[in-house]
Design a protein around this ligand. Structure first.
Ligand code: UGA
Length: 437
């Protein structure tokens, strides 16, 4: 099929590239000329494992094209995906300016039937608005369909998630739209859930809100574990063997971050409020997530007492491993608070150093974990990158002024750490097996 994707952010770029890999002819359009120039040369503005290789390969095969020209994209494609950003406004609502702008541009360049598909995460009823906007701005009477096809890929595992999804959701209003999308996704061999447009839009917000709530739930359990000397990992293990619960998203830590969960929870709370429902449960999930960072900072203060002039080393800055993304990363709030208390902060992350440099002043970036540990009064694990799981702990300890690790992601075994001579503090897990603190 001839497809275009308007908006070359995370979702647009990965979806466009994967559609090309599946054998379609794809135009990825974006109004950011600098980004498009980079992409045309096979260079990728984000860090996502495997993406650059896939882009280069599909550029070479002539299946993938990058353009700043939305008219070209609309004229040459049967299916047009809208994948522009929907950033949060101060009110918590999603800013739909980009979507409206694209809808108008599509209308003004429409030459024949097109299927216009929302891929961005949008509030329920956006499909109606897109349809209305296109109908208003289209120059002559041309048939078109609007559909919703939310994307569930995660950063860091985006290509695999796109190619092997648990399900594909398509919200449609016509048989033609349903047939086009079903045949486009047919090679993925995944269950396809066909709904109306509003349900599809809600499935996306409900899924993200549910996953975020699951994380907040286990984080709340971790607080109780900490108080009584129980182990949150053992609790999660005991819970998850019940198939109705499952193990995924039950890792306690310093809370969720990223460009999706915080923004989508805010949006869903506001959407619900606007239709007269107070989604208190999500407000509580949000509050638990914020408290988790304060709770971690309290652990640091309890261990170090006065933070002024203390050397604090940070392992991990990105909001999760395998990405350079620091949007709403817990590291940001944690570092800002430590700096405010007068601590000296040294940090290392395998991918996110450049981004943190533009975001926070006053921290020293180091070339590896051992440099971070030099003269440190304490090491904090903030992101669970694999490379932190296999450190030379003897070497690490030698570098430190105080052998203290406060692990916000529970990546080490407390017993092991104590064997290496560290005082080790983690989230919802006692330092000793018998529950001793
Ligand atoms: C999330 C969803 O998982 C995707 O399905 C969705 O498509 C995407 O948002 C989106 O809406 O675009 P993503 O934000 O990339 O994906 O990352 P996740 O892997 O979901 O992690 C989100 C946050 O939750 C991270 O900060 C992670 O550290 C945290 N997390 C995750 C936990 O604290 N505990 C867990 O058990 C799992």
């Amino acid at each position: 099929m001839n497809i275009s994707i308007i908006g070359s952010g995370y979702v647009g770029l990965v979806s466009g590239t994967c559609f090309a890999e599946l054998g379609n002819k794809v135009i990825c359009a974006d109004n950011d000329a600098k980004k498009i120039a980079l992409l045309k040369n096979g260079r990728v503005p984000i860090f996502e494992p495997g993406l650059e290789e896939l882009i280069k390969n599909n550029l070479k095969k002539g299946r993938l094209k990058f353009s700043t020209n939305i008219k070209e994209a609309v004229i040459n494609s049967e299916v047009i995906f809208i994948a522009v950003g929907t950033p949060p406004l101060d009110s918590g609502e999603a800013d739909l300016t980009g979507i409206e702008h694209v809808a108008r541009s599509i209308a003004q360049n429409l030459t024949g039937y097109r299927l216009i598909v929302e891929k961005s995460t949008v509030p329920v009823e956006t499909g109606e608005r897109v349809k209305h906007t296109i109908a208003t701005y289209v120059k002559r009477k041309i048939k078109f369909d609007v559909a919703s096809n939310p994307e569930f890929l995660r950063e860091g595992t985006a290509i695999n998630d796109f190619m092997h999804p648990d399900r594909i959701v398509i919200g449609v209003e016509s048989k033609k739209a349903r047939d086009i999308l079903t045949s486009l996704y047919q090679p993925l061999n995944a269950p396809i859930v066909v709904t109306n447009i509003k349900s599809a839009e809600l499935i996306k917000h409900a899924s993200n809100a549910f996953l975020a709530t699951k994380i907040s739930f286990i984080n709340a359990v971790s607080r109780v574990c900490d108080k009584v000397g129980a182990n949150v990992e053992e609790v999660a293990k005991g819970m998850c063997l019940d198939k109705r619960i499952g193990r995924a998203f039950l890792d306690a830590g310093i809370g969720y971050g990223g460009s999706c969960f915080p923004k989508d929870l805010d949006a869903f709370v506001t959407i619900s409020e606007n239709v007269g429902y107070d989604f208190d449960l999500l407000k509580a999930a949000r509050r638990v997530n914020e408290e988790q960072k304060s709770f971690y900072l309290k652990k640091i203060k309890d261990a170090l007492w006065v933070l002024k002039d203390k050397n604090i080393g940070i392992l991990g800055l990105s909001f999760k491993p395998n990405t350079d993304d620091i949007r709403s990363a817990p590291s940001l709030d944690i570092i800002k608070s430590l700096l405010q208390d007068g601590a000296k902060v040294r940090a290392y992350d395998p991918q996110a150093m450049l981004k943190i440099k533009n975001e926070i002043n006053g921290i020293t970036l180091c070339k590896d974990p051992y440099e971070v540990a030099r003269h440190a009064d304490c090491l904090l694990v903030v992101t669970e990158w694999d490379e932190f799981k296999e450190l030379d702990f003897k070497r690490l300890k030698k570098q430190m002024r105080c052998a203290l690790i406060i692990d916000g992601r529970n990546i080490y075994d407390p017993e092991e750490m104590s064997k290496f001579g560290f005082k080790y503090i983690s989230i919802g897990r006692p330092s000793r097996k018998d529950g001793g603190k």
